[in-house]
Write a protein that binds this ligand. Structure first.
Ligand SMILES: [Zn+2]
Length: 577
């Protein structure tokens, strides 16, 4: 896949030497970012990207049920060794499935306890079926994929369990490090994962795609006794293994996408709080504990705001956790990671440049917003990642509105215009592990704000976005699913509007031609059926017109210079002549 360091949040900061260079890049992010994406779209996808991106036969023939990832991590040797117990149900008769693991990691063996053999040799229900001898499975590795072959056909509707053992030193690559063996400022081990772009198979074997998620998961992490592991889900227990290592057991009680599965290992201090009956757990280095106690208090305001708009926090049984890390942050499900230096804004910066960002901690609000959009409502293909990033950027805007009112929310939202490139469509091709350009964040949020103005009734809008979330929570969807739902709830055909903003590069242009006491208007857009109401005229008493791609004329007393368009409410271009 094409490395794009601007994919998520800028600046991988924990290598001080990188910092200056990265800051330079920040000043000119557009060319390099867009070039990367353009080349990704114009060049044929690689064999590896097809294997990773395509939901092919050997993925589609099964449905994941659960993982139990059990790993032992050695900070001294910088190695990992473990097994993933993968439960799945066959959806078709077949004798091969596709899993994924980066080629640099060693497959120690893949086994399964053959239910067919057990049933044949023992009476049904005999507890000894559990003791059936595991069968070593053959497999074939190809560019990060691991095709697992079974000695006979697995049957549709039947559940199977395989044990995938592996070892090695995972790669430290990508913006946030993939899998990183690092040290904290005091020189103690600090080990973490952040692999959304690289894929979870950078450090553990799994079905590395977005469409299919396990229903639940267990994560067991064995580390030296003096360290703490924070992974996803509910903390179950820790057990001293008697050899200098302690195993930390975590249980994820909800569907989870692979890249969210994480370890955060360090000399963490822990403190906790409650929001109603939701447990809040916080982890920070000892030296930063006081700063963390102060800054992490914002988590409550964030949760209140998003619960207000969308409903209950999605992973209640697992609790909400915020964990200090040395990179900017990541939405790891129920264990959100944080590296924003315990200061408001984004790396102390006024992020959207309109004086509002300094009021709150960008990383706490944005990364936690993903619990609703990204972690609960998830895209089924990387191409449709705006469902994560566009929506979550819009959630920032809602947070501002919730706390400081509609005018500030609008101001914050429109601050994002300066970041939009309009160089390529937000949605790239499906099935080739392609990633959207950065416009998915900023233009995505501005598009949703535009949609609110199209609905033009706040009560309806609040109900609609809440329904969208409630309808799609815990699901993996494509943009088409969301458009169909919007259409069914509103009785409108919003597809041309979604498509213009998400599948074309250019913004719609409102063309205005002024005559004697009149103005003619139409949309210039790529979508033939593009029709969108818009507010025009005098900003103290807007008039709603309904332009299409055909010319229409209306009377107006306003001259060309006085005739305004509500461009804060609709992200459009205006051309007057
Ligand atoms: Zn994000």
């Amino acid at each position: 896949m094409v490395p794009n360091i601007f994919r998520k949040h800028f600046l991988l900061s924990f290598y001080p030497a990188f910092f200056a260079a990265m800051s330079l890049l920040l000043a000119i992010p557009r060319t390099s970012a867009s070039k990367a994406v353009e080349s990704q779209q114009t060049q044929a996808p690689t064999h590896a990207n097809i294997l990773r991106g395509e939901y092919g036969r050997y993925r589609a023939n099964n449905d994941l049920l659960s993982y139990h990832l059990d790993v032992r991590i050695d900070p001294e040797k910088k190695t990992i060794r473990g097994v993933n117990v993968i439960r799945f149900k066959m959806l078709k008769d077949d004798n091969r499935i596709q899993l994924d693991l980066y080629d640099n990691l060693k497959v120690e063996g893949i086994e399964f306890t053959d239910p067919a053999l057990a049933v044949r040799s023992l009476p049904p229900g005999d507890p000894r079926t559990m003791l059936a001898i595991p069968t070593e499975l053959k497999y074939e590795r190809d560019s990060g994929a691991v095709f697992v072959d079974f000695p006979h056909t697995l049957l549709k509707g039947t559940e199977y369990t395989i044990y995938f053992a592996y070892s090695g030193t995972p790669k430290t690559i990508g913006r946030f490090g993939g899998f990183t063996f690092s040290k904290d400022p005091a020189g103690r081990p600090w080990i973490f994962t952040a692999c959304e772009g690289e894929g979870a198979s950078i450090w553990w074997p799994n079905k590395d795609q977005w469409r299919d998620e396990v229903e639940s998961m267990n994560i067991s992490v064995s580390i030296p006794n003096d360290l703490v592991d924070v992974s996803n889900g509910k903390f179950l227990r820790k057990e001293d293994l008697g050899d200098g290592y302690t195993r930390w057991d975590w249980q994820v009680n909800y569907p989870i996408n692979n890249y969210n599965v994480s370890v955060n290992i360090g000399k963490y201090e822990h403190f906790s709080d409650q929001l109603g009956d939701l447990p809040l757990d916080f982890y920070a280095l000892p030296e930063d504990l006081e700063k963390a106690k102060k800054q992490f208090a914002q988590a409550k305001e964030m949760l209140e705001a998003f619960q207000h708009y969308f409903g209950e926090y999605p992973f209640k049984q697992d609790g909400y956790k915020l964990v200090q890390v040395p990179y900017t942050g990541m939405e790891h499900q129920s264990a959100v990671t944080y590296g924003n230096r315990f200061a408001n804004g984004y790396y102390e910066r006024d992020w959207t440049g309109v004086g509002i960002s300094p009021r709150f901690d960008f990383i706490i609000i944005h990364e936690s917003g993903h619990e609703w959009f990204g972690n609960s409502v998830t895209a089924a293909d990387t191409s449709d990642m705006w469902i994560h990033e566009g929506w979550t950027t819009y959630l920032e805007c809602l947070y501002v509105e919730y706390r400081w009112g509609k005018a500030d929310g609008l101001k914050y939202t429109n601050g994002y215009k300066s970041k939009v490139q309009n160089k390529q469509p937000i949605i790239p091709p499906h099935g080739i592990n392609a990633e959207p350009p950065q416009d998915q964040y900023f233009k995505g949020a501005l598009f949703l704000n535009t949609l609110r103005s199209v609905i033009d009734n706040d009560q309806r809008w609040w109900a609609l976005i809440r329904d969208v979330y409630q309808h799609f929570k815990y699901q993996n969807i494509m943009t088409e699913d969301m458009v169909a739902y919007f259409n069914s709830k509103t009785g409108m055909n919003l597809k041309p509007i979604f498509d213009q903003y998400l599948r074309h590069t250019a913004l719609p242009v409102l063309e205005l031609k002024f005559g004697e006491g009149s103005v003619s208007y139409r949309w210039k857009a790529d979508e033939a059926g593009f029709a969108m109401p818009v507010k025009v005229g005098d900003k103290d008493r807007w008039q709603v017109i309904k332009p299409t791609t055909e010319w229409q004329t209306m009377k107006t007393q306003l001259e060309k210079d006085k005739f305004e368009v509500a461009t804060d409410l609709y992200y459009i271009e205006v051309s007057k002549s």
